[in-house]
Design a protein around this ligand. Sequence first.
Ligand code: CS2
Length: 476
Amino acid sequence: MPPSLFPADYDRSRLKPRIMHIGFGAFAKAHVCVFHDEMLRKSQSDWGMVVCRLNSGEETLTKLDKTHGLFTVGEMADDDLHLRRVGAVIKTLHPRRDGTNALLGQLADPDLQVVTLTITEKGYCLSKGHLDTNNPAIVADLKTPNAPKTAIGILVESLRLRSAAQNAGLTILSCDNLPANGQLCQTTVLEYANKIDPELADWISTNCTFPCSMVDRITPAMTEESNTKMAIALGSPDPNGVFCEQFRQWVVEDNFAAMRPDWNLGGVELVRDVEPYEDLKLRLLNGTHSFLAYLGALDGKETIAECMTDTTLRSEACNLMQEQAKSLSMPDNVDVPAYIDALMERFSNRALQHKTTQIAADGTQKLPQRLLAPIKFHLKAKRPWPLAALGIAGWMQYCRGRSEAGHDLPLNDQLADKISEIAAQNDKAEYVRQLLSLEMIFAPDLVANPIFTETIQGAFETLSTKGVQTALAEAN
Ligand code: CS2
């Protein structure tokens, strides 16, 4: 065993299935599971985790079964690595491998108390803050609610089973990067349930809670290179291992339906109101991530750390954070300048190799809360927002699919087909106008504001004619 490995040296046989995590990927391993693991090391808690994925990743779960749920998390700084073996997971489930009923049965089990979700922004099937009843997966689930495939359909069917069996309700805890994530989750679950049976919706609303939470830990997707790095660090491969940064934060609204794990022992901050923390993180960290991802990728930068070695990108990332910070209302105990300094350091972490093209994915789901929400505040306060404008223009230019040096840029997005159709448009002003008409991203009232449209048109014109470096240098 390598000397730096922190083993899961607690008695795992005591663990019962009390938490179900839906959407078990690299982030959940490095974040939710680590906080939970830390609690298990510090208490006699019997809260074990059942983890599941709903779409791809069946084989990932089977690999995890082979190591009895144990996996390694490598927490990295530039030249420092801590290895932790996480023992929180006691069971894996996948609907294709185990059958949907196995999942529903687990969720309906009276021992189960909490469901944690990392199903990404898309997984909530939202449109303008409500259940998207035109989403084909939702349409299909509503036709056969007893055999659901979406996370929302699965949650509602399992809650129906719980209420029929007169079991207690659940705490459903969203851990996705959405503002008011708990409220959005509650809205979509209740609206879906209401379509099936209004009494069920009432039962859910009385018996379940949907706390909001802010989650933070930079966790790049694993690559062949990082798997090799893990094998070297451990002395043997861990096909389930992940790397992440050393920083981690989880702020959870203290609103649990019944029992709650002693997560405070694992470092979770339990608060009454998560919203300011969500805004802080979404606008400063995620907003700047997206800004660097689009502009950096156009400028030929492969990773966020590489962006941070470029003087212009680095200083404008910091300026964007100052710009965005003006839209926040934080409690007195939060030191925003110190938060920005810490982010500058976290983004510079050379060990992470966090790809700009990875963060660039799903822009249509990410831009509203990351860059457009602060813009609304700036417009109201009549403040300039040159860097957020360049971030949006960066996304628009990125959507054309070519870096400034002519390399292909991947467009992974729910609206990729539509965007590629628009990208065939050569007239720049028309291209911007057509992108601005995508209501999933740009709210009509925002687009109706001429200051907004003219600023975006101007930023796109500068960026597309002068390039990233000059556009950034001229932005201030
Ligand atoms: C990133 C996030 O991929 C992205 O969009 O901005 O995954 C980010 O790394 C995490 O939110 C950090 O907590």
